[in-house]
Design a protein around this ligand. Structure first.
Ligand code: PEP
Ligand code: MN
Length: 348
């Protein structure tokens, strides 16, 4: 249930409504909009809308028909901006996160971080704990990988996102990174999501390989209902009957989610396509469709990468893509990081 307070509702009136909802067995999440306060009441209680509607300062009581509540546009109509380190995701600017699939060596991480930063990425990506289909594949460097990523991100003034696969890794990732990545395979690891709901740092929640949009938003709800309002959704391709690409990159999901939810949504065309020659077209499509950002795998020597080399871009391809996005983003009213020469004040 959503309780929309009157524009001039006093703090005391708001607190009275909160207290009544809590009494009725609900958890109350408060969202302070530009003109009004909105209260999202979630939980297993069954509050009577009639009893709430007559309280002082209440403008309207709305039942949210969707099974996800805090993630819905009914609860919050304005888009949410999630801050990752010092980078704002969900505002006017299209934010690009880029880096290797996995951290492998100091040199590889540093060279890749420098290349993506020069091209205009704002957030470094890289896995230290890797969810691999085969137990015999490279599983990541663990804490050593996080250290390499952290040092490279710091050197390049980039924020850092890395995957958390298990509750036991939360403390470590929290120490080194600015955002937790929940991978496609863990989208319905509800104990992990609940625990991330108690963290301060934001969560990048990838869509599960065979998850519906509703299931994906319900997973976001697990994090939000724990009190962590920083959730960024990521479309990374789903499994369909099609075998020509690694996954089917669902561009339409970006527009659907933008309609249903106030949370920022980004695209991952690398896992979506699975082939580096298809990453740029899918990235362009995602931005044109309204994605708030992208996460892209880039490797300084992708042919020798220890994971996902075939879908990792060469830095030169990534440079070209960023130049293309600098044309697409303004065409749909968005901004994007300027090209390096302009950023450094040199004329081209
Ligand atoms: C990754 O980002 O490298 C990754 C494993 O992604 P996903 O969970 O989308 O497969
Ligand atoms: Mn990968």
């Amino acid at each position: 249930m959503v309780v929309v307070m009157e524009e001039r509702a006093t703090e005391q009136q708001i607190e009275q409504v909160v207290a009544r909802l809590v009494e009725m067995g609900m958890d109350v999440h408060r969202s302070t909009g530009v003109t009004r306060t909105v209260l999202g009441a979630v939980g297993q209680g069954r509050p009577d809308p009639g009893l709430i509607g007559v309280l002082d300062g209440v403008h309207e009581v709305i039942r949210i028909s969707e099974p996800y509540k805090l993630a819905s546009r009914t609860f919050k109509s304005e888009p949410t901006v999630v801050t990752v380190g010092e980078v704002r995701v969900g505002g006017d600017e299209v934010i690009v996160m880029a880096g290797p699939c996995s951290a492998e060596t100091d040199e590889q991480v540093r060279a890749t971080a420098a290349a993506v930063r020069r091209a205009g990425a704002k957030i470094l990506r890289g896995g230290a704990f890797k969810p691999r289909s085969s137990p015999y594949s490279f599983q990541g460097l663990g804490e050593e990988g996080l250290r390499l990523l952290h040092d490279a991100a710091k050197a390049e003034n980039l924020a850092l996102v890395s995957e958390v696969m298990d509750i036991s890794q939360i403390e470590l990732i929290n120490r080194y990174c600015d955002m937790f990545q929940v991978g496609a395979r863990n989208m319905q690891n509800f104990t992990l999501l609940r625990e991330l709901g108690h963290q301060q740092k934001p969560v990048l929640l990838k869509r599960g390989i065979s998850a519906t949009i509703e299931e994906w938003l319900l997973s976001a709800e697990y994090v939000l209902s724990g009190g962590n309002t920083g959730v960024i959704l990521c479309e990374r391709g789903i499994r369909t009957f099609e075998t020509a690409t690694r996954n089917t990159f669902d561009v339409s999901a970006i527009t659907v989610v933008k309609k249903l939810s106030h949370l920022p949504v980004i695209g991952d065309p690398s896992h979506g396509a699975g082939r580096r020659d298809m990453v740029a077209p899918m990235a362009r499509a995602a931005v044109a469709a309204g994605a708030d950002g992208l996460i892209i795998e880039v490797h300084c020597d992708p042919d020798h990468a220890l994971s996902d080399g075939a879908q990792s871009m060469f830095p030169s391809q990534f440079d070209r893509l960023m130049a293309e996005l600098r044309i697409i983003a303004p065409a749909i009213g968005r901004s994007i990081c300027l090209e390096p020469a302009v950023r450094s004040g040199r004329s081209t």
